[in-house]
Design a protein around this ligand. Structure first.
Ligand SMILES: Nc1ncnc2c1ncn2[C@@H]1O[C@H](COP(=O)(O)OP(=O)(O)OP(=O)(O)O)[C@@H](O)[C@H]1O
Ligand SMILES: C[C@@H](N)C(=O)O
Ligand SMILES: [Mg+2]
Ligand SMILES: [Mg+2]
Length: 324
């Protein structure tokens, strides 16, 4: 019997457009001999199945089913392609876990923790994992610019704590630009993390569960034409993504071992892409994405391809792991 797969995409954050692209790649790629894929849009004002003719059918939130031409359709598995809330921060995971519907991403707690940059880094620090110096702000806190600069120096990175695709991220070079960067970050989230500038080679490391084992994919080096790996560099071609990264053998081993350790400490499952910057020869962790971009240009699919894993195999494996 072919399995019914709901590919959830969209979401409530600024990343919804990227998610729709990722979700549609999954939709186009899944093997029709094995699966019946359904595109499901998750937006604040509607949860709907969208058919080939773009007709929309509401999702029954009681059991995540749909009714099409008087037939009730339920799903064997959910393929999660929502970047940001509610797909990457644990909400959808918790909902599907309560309903008993398998899904392709990591469990609820792991998603909540990893999507919160501050909490994720704090959990990992006692394991000896290196990070930037940081300063936290919540909406409504007094902004003490001198204290911030004393802690993190200049330039520094002002980032929304729970966001992605570089929305709400600014590199600040001058004290007078700090407040504006804080305002930009608060547009994405009510929490901010301000970090010291890690000046070095940036790499992105895909770690996935593949055929029952934790697998580190070939590492990607990020070379941005812009000041950092911002939205334009990511999605509008203003960067080079070099896989495998031009690392020394020692650097490659260090970051491979570290990325696998992070995946295992946090008990992650499914896809992940963690990011590191080398400083004084040591990889410093920036953040972890548990619903990484899945467009053809995205990093994780490129890494899989270099590892000899086609997109169809990558997605098929994710579903098979979820169904175990
Ligand atoms: N402390 C730092 N030092 C140097 N560069 C940084 C630092 N923090 C962030 N950056 C730069 O900003 C980019 C975006 O930051 P980050 O990865 O934390 O945000 P994101 O929005 O979660 O990204 P993603 O699209 O990967 O989800 C990084 O890829 C890196 O180029
Ligand atoms: C989609 C984006 N947050 C990524 O990590 O690829
Ligand atoms: Mg991210
Ligand atoms: Mg990132």
């Amino acid at each position: 019997m072919k399995k019914n797969i709901a590919i959830i995409m969209g979401g409530y954050s600024s990343e919804y457009q990227i998610s729709l692209t990722s979700g549609n790649v999954v939709y186009q790629t899944l093997d029709r001999n094995k699966y019946n894929p359904y595109r499901v849009h998750i937006f604040k004002d509607k949860w709907v199945y969208v058919d080939e003719d773009d007709m929309e059918y509401p999702i029954d939130k009681n059991d995540f089913s749909i009714n099409v031409d008087s037939f009730n359709i339920t799903f064997d598995c959910v393929f999660n392609a929502i970047h940001g809330s509610p797909g990457e921060d644990g909400f959808m995971q918790g909902y599907f876990e309560l309903l008993g519907i398998p899904h392709t991403s990591c469990p609820m707690y792991q998603a909540s923790v990893t999507f919160n940059k501050r909490d994720c880094l704090s959990i990992l620090k006692p394991y000896g994992i290196k990070t930037a110096e940081s300063y936290y702000l919540n909406l409504g806190d007094t902004v003490d610019e001198s204290a911030i600069i004393k802690t993190v120096g200049l330039p520094c990175f002002v980032k929304a704590n729970k966001a992605g695709s570089s929305f709400g991220v600014t590199k600040v070079h001058k004290k007078e630009d700090l407040q504006n960067a804080i305002n930009v970050a608060f547009k994405e989230d009510d929490e901010i993390i301000i970090e010291s500038f890690l000046d070095g080679t940036e790499v992105s490391v895909g770690v996935i569960t593949y055929k029952g084992e934790t697998k580190v994919l070939p590492i990607t080096e990020i070379v941005s034409e812009n000041d950092f790996f911002d939205y334009e560099a990511k999605y509008l071609g203003k960067s080079q993504e070099i896989t495998p990264a031009r690392l020394t053998a020692e650097e490659e081993i260090k970051v491979t071992v570290l990325a696998k350790k992070v995946y295992e400490i946090l008990k992650l499952k499914g896809f992940s892409r963690s990011e590191y910057i080398f400083k004084d020869g040591e990889p410093h962790l920036l953040e972890i994405n548990t619903v990484p971009g899945l467009t053809k240009e995205s990093i994780l699919p490129q890494q899989a391809q270099v590892a000899g894993i086609s997109l169809a195999e990558l997605f098929d494996n994710a579903i098979q792991e979820a169904l175990k």
